[in-house]
Design a protein around this ligand. Structure first.
Ligand code: HEC
Ligand code: HEC
Ligand code: HEC
Ligand code: HEC
Length: 427
């Protein structure tokens, strides 16, 4: 009975994968199992690849707290102001945060680059489910003008698929190819309509900036800097959105996504066809390999805790790894848990917290200074893993820190490493 055996193998595989992902087979409301429950011979493909579950995806979006950075999630409110990583920073920039003017002025340069994340409104009218799934597993840099990045979350393939299903909200994939336009003309239109005011297009010749003549669009000058930060690199369009959706977008961005900052650009139907021909068919250069930089040798001068604390721990790390009592019971995602991470109990806000280390998978305390087989302290490994993530290189089991924020300069990593090598003096 070869068929039956195949079904069982597929079922075992599906269940095994689900169990590995820590989320077991899901029960349907009628009590049957989701994975391979039909048991029919024809069900082999479904058993291997269970159907994405949008309702579960919505639960996961709440669990991963995507609403602390992203607005525009269907049926999920933005996180309250005191938890919202983007709104709070933006309020500080816009002068809406209550506080002493000199304190606000001191904060502003720190949060200037942390005040934007794209809203996910109408994600399904723009982005393909498959692209979303891959992106959630391994985020790439989509916006050269945006410093903050999408953090690498602790997400399984199944979870990413369910979240993607929630985000696309029933929009079905359409696979029609790009219409046959004139890519050469399309390129000229991108230049003459000054799309490069906001967009980079990596892999092709530079688009140029603002057009000298009258612009083909209007935008409130106050909104322009944010529009530039939020404009994606057009390189990714062909993987992210179908030509049909890109056409609707170019015809009227706000009709697709009301909260978008992209203005409507005057384009005729045939101009759009030509632009699409270029967006989808232009030959893209392979991006130059960024390479993971090498660590600097430890310094010979003395490094005090005061210096590493001021320049690293109490500057950048502290915001996610703080003393819980101080922040109304929330020590940040790197201490009390959050963004889908379990509490790791790592308080980087003072010397004792740093010395106490973090909780491992078995809830046992581990030192952040413990050396790995190459003699690299765990915390230095985490700082270099962020450099590796930014370069698109594999990083191994240690997650890059600071999570989703620019890697520390090599000089700052050197400072941390030197302080550790000098025996972590308290003064
Ligand atoms: C700490 C803040 C933060 C959290 C939490 C976060 N994101 Fe993001 N996300 C970002 C930023 C910043 C970007 C823009 C990155 C870029 O353009 O390179 C982004 C980009 C994205 C994009 C691409 C959107 C676009 O228009 O290009 C998607 C989709 C996305 N995030 C989904 C999610 C989901 C789903 C979750 C929760 C599972 C999540 N994000 C959690 C900050 C966050
Ligand atoms: C209630 C307001 C508020 C919220 C909520 C908030 N922040 Fe901040 N954040 C600040 C302020 C104020 C600063 C600058 C403080 C300073 O310089 O000491 C800051 C700075 C930072 C920095 C340091 C930037 C640097 O200089 O290196 C990071 C990283 C950061 N925040 C991440 C986050 C993340 C992630 C979240 C959500 C989990 C978050 N913040 C939520 C107010 C907030
Ligand atoms: C004033 C700034 C601005 C100009 C000018 C502009 N765009 Fe955009 N564009 C944006 C922003 C911002 C987004 C992201 C929208 C969002 O997520 O809300 C965007 C999104 C897009 C997208 C969807 C990309 C994706 O990966 O999701 C395409 C395609 C696009 N623009 C093409 C163009 C073309 C072609 C032109 C010129 C005809 C142009 N844009 C002019 C700001 C601009
Ligand atoms: C945006 C929030 C955020 C910022 C900023 C941040 N962390 Fe983390 N950190 C986390 C989270 C969440 C975890 C738990 C990750 C996990 O469980 O895989 C963590 C875990 C860690 C760990 C231990 C876990 C391990 O497996 O190695 C170290 C060490 C660490 N962070 C160091 C730092 C340092 C040093 C900085 C500042 C340069 C920093 N972090 C900044 C969120 C953050």
């Amino acid at each position: 009975m070869p068929h039956v055996r195949i079904v069982h193998l597929a079922l075992a595989l599906a269940l095994g994968l689900a169990a590995l992902a820590g989320c077991g087979p899901k029960k349907r409301p009628d009590g049957t199992l989701d994975a391979g429950s039909t048991g029919a011979v024809t069900a082999v493909p479904t058993a291997v690849e269970p159907k994405a579950d949008a309702a579960h995806g919505k639960e996961l979006v709440a669990q991963f707290q995507c609403n602390r950075c992203h607005d525009g999630l269907a049926q999920i409110e933005p996180a309250p102001q005191n938890k919202h990583c983007v709104h709070c920073h933006r309020d500080i920039m816009d002068g809406k945060f209550k506080g002493k003017p000199d304190t606000i002025a001191r904060w502003q340069p720190r949060v200037k680059d942390l005040q934007d994340a794209p809203s996910l409104e109408a994600a399904g009218k723009r982005m393909a489910a498959r692209w979303l799934e891959d992106y959630l597993l391994l985020p790439v840099d989509l916006r050269p003008g945006l410093v903050q990045a999408m953090p690498r979350l602790d997400i399984s393939r199944e979870q990413a698929r369910d979240i993607a299903a929630y985000l696309v909200a029933g929009e079905v994939a359409d696979t029609a190819p790009a219409p046959r336009g004139d890519a050469g003309k399309g390129r000229q239109i991108l230049e003459s309509k000054a799309c490069g005011t906001c967009h980079a297009f990596s892999g092709v010749a530079f688009l140029g900036g603002t057009a000298a003549g009258a612009l083909a669009f209007t935008i409130d000058p106050k909104e322009l800097p944010r529009a530039i930060r939020l404009a994606p690199d057009l390189r990714h369009v062909r993987a992210r959105m179908s030509p049909k959706r890109a056409r609707a977008w170019l015809a009227d961005p706000k009709a697709v996504k009301p909260d978008t900052l992209m203005p409507k650009v005057a384009l005729t139907e045939s101009e759009i066809t030509d632009v699409l021909a270029y967006l989808y068919n232009a030959t893209l250069d392979v991006p130059p390999a960024k390479g993971v930089p090498a660590r600097l040798a430890v310094l010979s001068r003395r490094v005090t805790f005061e210096e590493v604390d001021r320049k690293v721990f109490h500057r950048t790390c502290w915001h996610c790894h703080s003393e819980p009592d101080y922040a109304i019971g929330d020590g940040g995602p790197g201490n009390s848990g959050g963004l889908g991470f379990k509490p790791r109990g790592l308080n980087l806000s003072d010397y004792n917290g740093i010395a106490a280390g973090f909780l491992d998978g078995n809830n046992e305390r581990q030192s952040i200074f413990a050396k790995d087989k190459d003699g690299v302290p765990r915390v230095v490994r985490a700082l270099m893993a962020r450099h590796a993530e930014e370069a698109g290189a594999p990083t191994g089991e240690v997650r890059g820190m600071p999570l989703g924020y620019p890697a520390l300069s090599l000089e700052d990593v050197q400072l941390v490493e030197t302080w550790i090598a000098q025996g972590r003096p308290r003064t």
